[in-house]
Write a protein that binds this ligand. Structure first.
Ligand code: BT5
Length: 274
């Protein structure tokens, strides 16, 4: 932990979930809730797997909130939900790639239960409202040999921001801007944990439901004209659903079909990368 993190965060236990009691550390300020949990898991790696599963970090403010690919997550004080959950699942390796989709479904559910908005999921796991990004998800995994040791599911949701800095370079929104409602951060955290817990059970027992539900909730699943970089070339195509490990299937202009795993996608005609 670095010095700027609160020395003794408030701790709360949320009982009643199916998979784990959630042990929540609330920080006034932290560098990144994901970084905290990664360090926590490394520092407690000799403890039982059960004692790590369900540790949660929440902060009022992140000084170094992270996105994917070394990008940042704008985390102003008390305006967003900055949340990370540590999981240590025993999963078949084919299900690992469904974890980001599971997190997107849970985040979308928590938003829909908090205010009257319509959400969309941009592949793989950005949550949009009216084509603006309201939430982002950062999944970080650690492996020991080829076994998954732990996963940190990091979720940032814009709750009450009224404006965003120009350096985001892409359209952003908050639940307040979309619904005029003030969503309470701590209630949102509890809701998010309930939704994550229930989608986590589904991931373990009926993972095809993750694919089905993701496809139903995302306008990006079918018939979206997209473009993306592949081996240094910009390619265009139309989306035709997900395969059974959550990769996005795309029919290219020459009728070949390919599957995208980690690529960034853009919507054809909208020069916006979310
Ligand atoms: C993400 O990355 O969308 C993942 C964001 C995960 C943030 C959470 S907060 C709790 C936990 N702790 C962390 O340190 N991180 C996680 P990506 O797809 O790479 O998108 C990042 C891009 O989104 C940036 O380059 C900006 O353009 C834009 N962006 C940054 N902050 C934003 C915000 N608050 N709202 C909307 N867009 C934002």
């Amino acid at each position: 932990m670095i010095e700027e993190n609160s020395v003794s965060p408030k701790q709360v236990v949320l009982e009643g979930l199916q998979n784990f009691p959630a042990r929540i550390f609330y920080f006034e300020q932290i560098d990144s809730t994901n970084t905290f949990l990664k360090n926590y898991a490394h520092n407690h790696k000799n403890e039982s797997v059960q004692s790590l599963e369900g540790i949660v970090a929440v902060a009022d403010l992140q000084t170094a909130g992270r996105g994917r690919l070394q990008r940042f997550w704008h985390s102003p004080p008390k305006e967003g939900c900055y949340f990370s959950l540590l999981l240590t699942p025993k999963l078949e390796p084919t299900k690992y790639s469904l974890i980001p989709l599971m997190a997107a479904l849970a985040t979308s559910d928590a938003i829909l239960a908090s205010c009257p908005v319509k959400t969309d999921i941009k592949w793989p796991n950005d949550i949009l409202i009216n084509k603006r990004k309201v939430a982002g998800i950062l999944i970080e995994c650690a492996f020991e040999s080829d076994k998954l040791a732990f996963i940190v599911v990091g979720i940032g949701v814009n709750l009450s921001q009224k404006n965003f800095p120009p350096n985001l370079n892409r359209p952003a929104t908050s639940l307040f801007l979309e619904s005029a409602l003030s969503v309470d951060r701590d209630s949102f955290v509890n809701l998010l944990l309930e939704k994550l817990d229930s989608w986590y059970s589904i991931l373990k027992t009926a993972s095809d439901k993750i694919i089905d539900n993701w496809e139903k909730r995302s306008s990006f699943a079918q018939g979206k004209q997209i473009k993306f970089m592949q081996e240094g070339k910009m390619l265009s195509g139309t989306t035709v659903g997900l395969n059974n490990v959550g990769a996005l299937k795309v029919k290219l202009e020459d009728q070949r079909q390919i599957e995208l795993y980690g690529n960034e996608i853009m919507v054809e005609g909208e020069d916006i990368c979310y």
